[in-house]
Design a protein around this ligand. Structure first.
Ligand code: MN
Length: 432
């Protein structure tokens, strides 16, 4: 017997992957976990006759010879089939798009980082010229849209868009997708969101705006991820976290959303023992207090930052500089020769100003070209430290309308970072 299955709390990507797998492996029995996301449940309740699945309890584990696992690579997230973990003689076929490593070792692997797992499977359906009905195409597209945030999450790949295009070609119905992907947001969720907004605050961690909200919750509430997503949008922060503690059960559910590339929510949640995507993730922690969780999150964001690209990786050095007594005439010549638009002015090793091409506009008569640089340089110099992130540099440049920042460490200028250096970083044009 061959079984197809996926992760608990099944979302559209997981459901679509199971359906796609049953087209690729028509002999196999598709099995859905008992816990489905509310909108998936709704979708299935009106498509009952079209998509049929078995329940884990109906399957005799002894008879399984082959297991096709989709959209997950972690045994503990399977419903009942995790019992097969250490059983030998079972063939495992894995289809997964999560970049983080899991604990399922497989005989056949279709694992590739992709915005949605459905994308991997649609590519295969297309290659094999397997016909799709409009309803199948609709479900598959819902899977892609959900996991890629309508192709807007930074984890989305060109392949996801190609697959989406292929499904639209096969008459996927966008209005159906719209009504099911519209989050299950009800009275309970609204009250939680209002509660969160009442004691909302934001902080800066490594240049990112972050809001961490702690809330006591009793019992189970569906769709907390939707609440956190809306909370992030309203707060307009780079990343938002909801720490929902259930004192009775002695546990915390942490849900995070990130709208920024440098802050990988999946990695942060992995650090808390959970998981997810760059844009969204969650974790469940037992017997910890919410304040400790908050501190862990702050630490993880700081750690996350240190691991990624820093200003010291992007800056140019050595730095050409001039002294405050250099004449404007000479400064102009140096700027021309070095092909740069500005230079730091340094006296006794200390940064005292910046002179840029813009400053020459202040010169009213040719005679003034003999004046020293210190008469025209700007003295409120915005600097940055080498350990900061490219995003922080970009923010300073926008805020102070400057095109370059001297990189200062222990009062010494050790490099300079320009607008084009940061641009190269954001567009991934860095030399290897
Ligand atoms: Mn997925």
């Amino acid at each position: 017997m061959q079984i197809i299955t996926t992760h608990k709390n099944t979302d559209f990507d997981a459901l679509a992957s199971v359906v796609a797998a049953s087209m690729l492996y028509p002999e196999a029995t598709p099995v859905l976990p008992k816990t489905l996301n509310p909108n998936v449940k709704q979708f299935l309740s009106i498509h009952k006759d079209i998509f049929t699945f078995s329940e884990p309890e109906e399957i005799d584990l002894e008879r399984i010879r082959s297991l096709i696992i989709v959209d997950v690579n972690c045994w503990s997230r399977l419903d009942r089939f995790h019992k097969l973990k250490d059983q030998s003689g079972i063939e495992i076929l894995l289809w997964d798009h999560h970049g983080l490593e899991g604990d399922i070792s497989s005989n056949v692997q279709h694992v590739e980082p992709m915005g949605a797992n459905t994308t991997l499977m649609v590519r295969e359906l297309k290659n094999r010229h397997i016909q799709l009905s409009p309803i199948q195409a609709t479900l598959l597209l819902a899977g892609i849209y959900e996991d890629t945030g309508n192709l807007m999450f930074p984890s989305s790949k060109a392949e996801d868009a190609f697959a989406a295009g292929y499904l639209l070609e096969n008459r996927a119905d966008l209005s159906v997708i719209g009504s099911f992907l519209r989050p299950a947001y009800g009275e309970k969720q609204k009250n939680i969101l209002f509660e969160m907004l009442k004691n909302a605050d934001r902080m800066r961690i490594n240049g990112y705006s972050v809001s961490i909200n702690k809330l006591k919750l009793e019992g189970h509430v569906d769709s907390l991820a939707v609440v956190v997503r809306m909370y992030r949008e309203i707060m307009n922060v780079d990343a938002a976290f909801g720490i929902f503690s259930d004192e009775e059960k002695g546990r915390c559910i942490v849900i995070g959303r990130s709208a920024i590339d440098g802050l990988n929510m999946g990695l942060i949640m992995k650090g808390l023992g959970g998981g997810g995507h760059p844009g969204a993730g969650s974790a469940m922690l037992k017997s910890v207090n919410p304040d400790a969780v908050e501190m862990m999150i702050v630490d993880l964001i700081q750690g996350n930052q240190q691991a990624s690209v820093q200003i010291s990786d992007l800056m140019s050095f050595p730095v050409f500089s001039i002294s405050p007594n250099t004449t404007m005439e000479e400064a102009a010549k140096i700027l021309r020769e070095k092909g740069c638009t500005g230079l730091p002015v340094i006296e006794n090793g200390r940064l005292v100003g910046m002179i840029s091409r813009r400053d020459f506009k202040k010169i009213k008569s040719a005679g003034r070209l003999k004046a020293p640089v210190k008469a025209y340089m700007s003295t409120n110099v915005v600097t940055i430290e080498p350990g900061k992130s490219p995003m922080q540099a970009a923010r300073l440049m926008v805020k102070y309308d400057v095109g370059r920042l001297p990189v200062v460490e222990n009062d010494r200028v050790i490099g300079i970072i320009t607008r084009s250096d940061t641009m190269m970083y954001f567009y991934d044009l860095l030399p290897d």
